[in-house]
Design a protein around this ligand. Structure first.
Ligand code: CP3
Length: 343
């Protein structure tokens, strides 16, 4: 496998010494970039994801900002369609699953797919983009709870009421759904690693909706099953969620080389709870990029101060970049993180 020229991201994942703190951004390819918006005038989001040449071009777009890792352009929902739950990205509304899951019979009908057969375009994009990069490539998947929430709610949700109703009311059906999703995600991440990604991130974006007890009972075994096997090949695994300040310990116990921290928990605090044997990724508030360059840089420095130069810090936001973010504020943060952390 080819090795990236700039490996400070991988070194930080392993808590090895680095020349400067590595930085990348969740959703670093997307609507805040004019070159992305231009491509989107001609292609739908799913076309971008399903055409390896286009996914490659979009993955490369944010490289001009000087980030230390690339994340493959795709979406966490892609496996749902071949599993038997087609969806669309509706303009201004986000994803819509055409027939939301409500019954055990629907869960039993979902297919546990083989990613080589069902998601070949994602694996082709990995092989296409790898030789173009001088930084590591991150692959990713959605975690079972977050994917289940889209399947059950049919789209975005405020209180996850339908998801929790199934989880509390029909725990066996919910576990069957989580088990199928976990097996798909396990296979999908292993296939991405086999295709050449240098690290993977598991996005459990909405798991912060659960209490620690519910997390341990309904989520942790499924995530642990994924992360145990996905860690085998030896590439770093980032385990991320939002609103997870109450879940850091059980998420750590579920696994991950790197724990992704949201913007509401200080990194110093998170490290004392997660333990110094894990790397941390995060955690500037994405909204702090919206005001001025000076405000953005000040918030970036606060994150660096909270990390305190400990080995194993990967600078990122606490959640994805917002579409209205000025590109030059992002650029200023990259430059500041590198300059201020240079050792
Ligand atoms: O640059 C990158 O981070 C890689 C690409 C990426 C996308 N989605 C492309 C995308 C990644 C890593 C994702 C992950 C993803 N997708 C998550 C987890 C991360 C998170 O934000 O918590 C989730 C929950 C999804 C599901 C999803 N996809 C939603 C809810 C939406 C609509 C909301 C929105 O922002 O409009 C999408 C659409 C989507 N996926 C866009 C992009 C760049 C929006 C852009 C477009 O319409 O062109």
């Amino acid at each position: 496998m080819s090795r990236p020229v700039n490996d400070r991201f991988l070194r930080a994942c392993r808590r090895e010494p680095v020349d400067a703190t590595p930085v990348w951004f969740m959703r670093q390819a997307g609507r805040y970039m004019p070159e992305y918006r231009k491509l989107r005038e001609k292609h739908t989001l799913l076309e971008l994801c399903k055409t390896p040449e286009l996914a490659t071009a979009v993955t490369l777009q944010p490289m001009r900002l000087g980030v230390d890792a690339a994340i493959l352009f795709a979406d966490i929902l892609l496996p749902l369609e071949p599993m038997g739950a087609p969806f669309e990205f509706a303009k201004g509304e986000g994803p819509i699953v055409h027939e939301p899951i409500a019954t055990r019979a629907q869960i039993d009908r979902l297919r546990v797919i083989d990613p080589d057969e069902s998601l070949p375009y994602v694996l082709a994009a990995i092989r296409l983009v790898k030789p173009e990069l001088r930084v590591p490539l991150i692959g990713f998947a959605g975690a079972p709870f977050t994917l289940a929430s889209y399947l059950i709610e049919g789209g975005k949700s405020v209180n996850f009421a339908k998801t929790k109703k199934l989880m509390y009311g029909e725990p066996e059906a919910f576990a069957a759904l989580m088990g199928k999703l976990a097996e798909v995600v396990r296979r999908y991440l292993l296939a991405q690693i086999a295709a050449g990604v240098d690290a993977v991130q598991l996005f459990d974006s909405w798991v912060g909706e659960l209490s620690p007890d519910d997390y341990r009972q309904h989520v942790q075994p499924h995530v642990a099953h994924i992360l145990r096997d996905v860690s085998e090949p030896g590439v770093p695994v980032i385990h991320f969620g939002v609103g997870t300040s109450a879940l850091l310990e059980p998420m750590r116990d579920a696994g991950g080389t790197v724990i992704g921290v949201d913007y509401c928990t200080s990194l110093a605090d998170a490290w004392s709870r997660v333990g110094s044997d894990r790397a941390l990724q995060g955690n500037m508030d994405p909204c702090a990029l919206l005001a001025t360059r000076e405000v953005a840089v000040k918030h970036a420095q606060r994150v660096l101060d909270a990390a305190g130069g400990r080995p194993g810090h990967i600078f990122n936001l606490g959640h994805g970049i917002l579409p209205e973010t000025p590109v030059d504020h992002v650029q200023a943060v990259v430059e500041h993180v590198h300059a201020s952390s240079a050792r």
